[in-house]
Ligand binder design. Structure first.
Ligand SMILES: *[C@@H]1O[C@H](CO)[C@@H](O)[C@H](O)[C@H]1NC(C)=O
Ligand SMILES: *[C@@H]1O[C@H](CO)[C@@H](O)[C@H](O)[C@H]1NC(C)=O
Ligand SMILES: *[C@@H]1O[C@H](CO)[C@@H](O)[C@H](O)[C@H]1NC(C)=O
Ligand SMILES: *[C@@H]1O[C@H](CO)[C@@H](O)[C@H](O)[C@H]1NC(C)=O
Ligand SMILES: *[C@@H]1O[C@H](CO)[C@@H](O)[C@H](O)[C@H]1NC(C)=O
Ligand SMILES: *[C@@H]1O[C@H](CO)[C@@H](O)[C@H](O)[C@H]1NC(C)=O
Ligand SMILES: *[C@@H]1O[C@H](CO)[C@@H](O)[C@H](O)[C@H]1NC(C)=O
Ligand SMILES: *[C@@H]1O[C@H](CO)[C@@H](O)[C@H](O)[C@H]1NC(C)=O
Ligand SMILES: *[C@@H]1O[C@H](CO)[C@@H](O)[C@H](O)[C@H]1NC(C)=O
Ligand SMILES: *[C@@H]1O[C@H](CO)[C@@H](O)[C@H](O)[C@H]1NC(C)=O
Length: 589
């Protein structure tokens, strides 16, 4: 720590010197030179807002406005910039317009005709965008986060001819985008996220050929995505997500070869994803999830070598998963769940570099065939609710943190390949498959396993002691298997970390041994219901004081319920029903 501080000292001293210099220069031309008219405008503005955090404390009559916090002047003492940031505004809103029926808050700012930039975060205007702002003809940056504007965007916005960057995120703006926005020939960034805009994109926007970013996320914009969007060839970011767009994605979108982010999720888009998408060789994020897209996943995606995030989930896509996706060297997130995909999981996905920590989610499709034995480099595989068959490839345990293969058709011959060294697998779900035979011993080699779900299979025989001895294991579910076995009567070398143990409906026989319970000092969830357990409950059940859930129902326990059960003060669920207990049976809390 100390060393770092020393080595950073030199640059920070330089930085401080530079800042000082800039301040001194600004100060020299500023103090005393503040334009009186501009000063009055700012005081008028200040009076229109509450200011609990004292953001405008330095704005005082009789001092130079050029020295006020957030105010920047030009050489003539005219205000050229306002920067009013309250980064904490969501937790502690401070500048909120005082309601005034006769004027829109901030209207006076229209008289700051030298203004180049107006940047604010958490200044709540709570009214319409003042049409007077049309006079701000030198404004290049209007960036407002949570201005909370209401009403429609005034056509006067088209008068701000120099505007390059327009951002009005967070508010109640309604109505359609005015065509006057197309007069802003120099616009490079147009971002109006989280308002209530309606209607389509004005066709004249096809002339804004210099534009680089369009973000209209979370509005009520709709109609089709126009094909002229392909004219905006300098676009690097296009966000129309969470709106009401319908119809197809126009193939012309392939002309946007500089595009890095295409975010169209949460709309009502239909038709197939155009092959032309493969022309976007710079794209890193492609999110079209939650639409009604159908047809196949275009194999042309293989050309999108920069792709990191591919979100196609919650659509109506069908056909095979193209093996070409395995040739995307940057891919880190592949979300294909909730579609109608069929065919195999491509083995090629295993070629994606290990450092990507690729997470694959193909849950809820109709995929089939074996899980390929090539996936030793991926970070996670969620593949529940498909028709996968065959065995469990041990290579999958190498780097993956989480593997969910529940609700498939994995079967008896279910171990493929060799156990990797130091397998990373932490969460494994194989529930609701067709696993038969003994609980496999290789599971006990998964030294980092934390949760294991084997429920609802055809497993037989006793619970492997070495599995219970896994140091990292905290949750084990073997419910609904025909184990046909007794619980161990020895106190196993349990490490005591298992908190949740579900053995419901496992055809267990014999007693519940006190020594068995001794093995789980941290148990909070124990389900032994629907078995054939017999005999009296051991009184050390009262030692498992962390239990919150205890279900012993539908067994053949008899005798008196041990009084010690009352010592389980954390219990919120207790079921002892359908047994042969005598005397007072504690009721469910
Ligand atoms: C409303 O605005 C007008 C004009 O700026 C001003 O004279 C008046 O004092 C304001 N009223 C309130 C309640 O702030
Ligand atoms: C933002 O506007 C909404 C709706 O007009 C209003 O309910 C809310 O109080 C405003 N937020 C703040 C911080 O003033
Ligand atoms: C746009 O930008 C160019 C170059 O920066 C500039 O010459 C021009 O005056 C600006 N304004 C308009 C309306 O084109
Ligand atoms: C683009 O501008 C030209 C001339 O200014 C106009 O004729 C044309 O209709 C505009 N294009 C669109 C798509 O609005
Ligand atoms: C764009 O994609 C289409 C279809 O994949 C292809 O025929 C065309 O050659 C591509 N155009 C360019 C400029 O790459
Ligand atoms: C890889 O991703 C998983 C989640 O899928 C995360 O838990 C794990 O920490 C990540 N590993 C690395 C090395 O970043
Ligand atoms: C898959 O479908 C089930 C049942 O409809 C649902 O509960 C689950 O959330 C879905 N999985 C994903 C990843 O959406
Ligand atoms: C064990 O798996 C079954 C069936 O999949 C499920 O219903 C149950 O909730 C799971 N038990 C625990 C403790 O999560
Ligand atoms: C418990 O540990 C002892 C000594 O480490 C070992 O001899 C014994 O086999 C272990 N028992 C079980 C059931 O793992
Ligand atoms: C239950 O707890 C009480 C004190 O809280 C203790 O005296 C008693 O021995 C405990 N009963 C059993 C059976 O552990």
């Amino acid at each position: 720590m100390k060393k770092m501080a020393t080595s950073r000292k030199v640059p920070s001293v330089i930085a401080v010197l530079c800042l000082g210099l800039i301040a001194a220069v600004e100060g020299r031309y500023s103090s005393g030179l503040c334009d009186e008219g501009d000063s009055n405008v700012l005081l008028e503005f200040k009076a229109e807002f509450s200011d609990e955090a004292g953001q405008l404390e330095t704005w005082k009559e009789g001092t130079s406005c050029c020295s006020w916090d957030g105010v920047n002047c030009n050489f003539n003492g005219r205000v050229r910039g306002l920067r009013l940031l309250n980064r904490n505004h969501l937790e502690a809103p401070s500048m909120i317009a005082i309601p005034n029926a006769s004027t829109a808050a901030g209207a006076s700012l229209g008289r700051l005709v030298a203004l180049n930039y107006l940047i604010a975060e958490g200044v709540y205007f709570n009214g319409p965008i003042p049409s007077s702002w049309g006079s701000l003809q030198l404004l290049t940056h209007l960036n407002l986060v949570d201005p909370n504007f209401t009403g429609s965007i005034p056509p006067e916005i088209g008068n701000m001819r120099e505007l390059r960057n327009l951002q009005l995120d967070g508010g109640e703006l309604e109505g359609s985008l005015p065509w006057e926005i197309c007069k802003l020939a120099n616009l490079t960034v147009l971002q109006i996220i989280g308002n209530k805009l309606t209607g389509g994109l004005p066709p004249c926007m096809g002339n804004l050929t210099g534009i680089q970013e369009i973000s209209f996320g979370s509005n009520f914009l709709g109609s089709n995505i126009p094909s002229w969007i392909g004219n905006l060839v300098h676009l690097t970011k296009l966000t129309l997500s969470d709106n009401l767009f319908s119809g197809p994605i126009p193939p012309s979108i392939g002309r946007l070869t500089d595009l890095k982010q295409l975010l169209l999720s949460d709309n009502m888009l239909s038709g197939s994803i155009p092959q032309e998408i493969g022309n976007m060789t710079e794209i890193t994020d492609l999110a079209v999830e939650n639409n009604y897209l159908s047809g196949r996943i275009p194999s042309a995606l293989a050309n999108c070598k920069s792709l990191r995030f591919l979100g196609l989930h919650d659509n109506e896509l069908s056909g095979f998963i193209p093996k070409e996706l395995g040739f995307l060297p940057q891919l880190t997130l592949l979300q294909l769940f909730n579609n109608n995909l069929y065919g195999p999981l491509p083995a090629e996905l295993g070629s994606i570099p290990e450092e990507n920590n690729l997470s694959i989610d193909v849950s809820n499709n109709s995929l089939s065939g074996p899980i390929p034995d090539t996936l030793s480099s991926i970070g996670a595989l969620y593949a529940a609710n498909n028709y996968f068959t065959g065995g469990f490839p041990l290579s999958l345990a190498a780097k993956a943190f989480s593997v969910d293969l529940s609700n498939n058709r994995l079967s008896s011959v279910w171990q493929v390949g060799a156990m990797p060294e130091n397998p990373q697998l932490h969460q494994l779900s194989l529930g609701s498959n067709r696993l038969t035979g003994q609980i496999p011993t290789w599971l006990s080699s998964l030294v980092n396993l934390g949760t294991l779900d084997l429920s609802n299979n055809e497993l037989k025989g006793g619970i492997t002691p070495s599995l219970l001895a896994l140091k990292s294991l905290t949750s084990l579910n073997i419910s609904s298997n025909p184990l046909h076995a007794d619980l161990p009567t020895w106190s196993p070398n349990f490490t005591g970390n298992i908190g949740s143990l579900d053995l419901q409906g496992a055809l267990l026989t014999g007693p519940l041994p006190a020594k068995f319970l001794d093995g789980f000092p941290n148990l909070f969830h124990l389900d032994l219901s629907d078995n054939f357990l017999v005999g009296e409950l051991p009184s050390n059940i009262g030692d498992r004081v962390s239990l919150t859930y205890l279900d012993l129902s539908s067994n053949k326990f008899w005798g008196l319920v041990p009084a010690a059960i009352h010592n389980l003060s954390q219990l919120s669920y207790l079921d002892l029903s359908n047994n042969y207990f005598m005397g007072p049976v504690p009721s469910k809390p």
